[in-house]
Write a protein that binds this ligand. Structure first.
Ligand code: HEM
Ligand code: HEM
Length: 181
């Protein structure tokens, strides 16, 4: 497959909508986990789960577009270790934006059914084992989620390094509306 010269508009939209959802749902997670029981805590759990399930749906759509269309080659002139780091971190990000919500979904289905999408659509997975199984899965969810957060931190630092230090077109080509490849 010949690589495209630039990201498709759908790839850019999916990239930034998923990023915005993750930037919302992680602070929601940290807040909900530390609040005393009550209606605010419950509401934040619901928003966290719904945003997370939305990330999962969009991530799967994004992987389909990526598989069908590919991605533009990295900018020229990068040292080999940076090319390897970019490919590996992009792969890990794709993996985690699918795995983290699946773990959250599975853990919540086991311990704390029903799982409702935006307070309305029931989406509980048939996972038995109750609280012990749910809690074990949610611990893995938490570790995977913090790994994702750390990787996003590196990813943003790399994007800013490209933009501000190397001054190449890496950030611009993911920016909406520009076709520069
Ligand atoms: C990309 C998607 C997601 C990310 C980045 C994410 C992130 C996190 C983080 C960082 C925590 C830990 C909060 C803390 O302990 O301080 C957490 C907890 C939790 N997440 Fe997610 N989450 C995602 C999706 C989901 C989904 C889809 C569900 C369920 C449908 C879910 C259910 C939960 C639950 C129930 C907890 C609390 C666990 C506990 O109280 O120990 N998450 N999430
Ligand atoms: C939770 C947040 C984010 C996730 C999960 C994420 C994930 C990804 C993934 C998987 C790719 C690879 C695209 C592909 O090859 O198909 C990518 C590319 C990119 N991301 Fe992010 N991203 C996030 C946030 C950000 C932020 C905040 C920035 C900028 C400050 C950014 C800048 C970029 C750029 C510039 C590229 C293109 C890299 C290239 O083509 O060489 N991302 N992102």
């Amino acid at each position: 497959m010949t690589p495209p010269r630039h990201y498709a508009p759908s790839q850019k939209v999916l990239h930034w909508v998923i990023a915005a959802l993750i930037f919302a749902l992680v602070p929601i997670a940290l807040t909900m986990a530390n609040l005393p029981d009550g209606s605010l805590k419950n509401a934040l759990y619901e928003w966290h789960k719904s945003f997370g399930l939305t990330v999962l749906a969009l991530a799967l759509a994004r992987l389909l577009v990526r598989a069908a269309r590919g991605a533009p080659p990295l900018v020229a002139g990068l040292p080999a270790w940076q090319r390897r780091a970019a490919h590996a971190s992009h792969l890990a990000l794709y993996l985690l934006i699918v795995l983290v919500p699946i773990l959250g979904w599975a853990g919540t289905s086991a311990c704390c059914a029903p799982v409702m999408l935006y307070f309305t659509v029931p989406l509980t997975l048939p996972i038995s084992g109750g609280m012990p199984v749910g809690e074990a899965i949610l611990r893995v969810h938490q570790v995977a989620a913090f790994t994702l957060v750390a990787l996003v931190g590196l990813h943003v630092a790399a994007a800013l390094h490209h933009h501000l230090v190397r001054r190449d077109g890496t950030l611009r080509r993911m920016w909406p509306g520009r076709a520069a490849g």
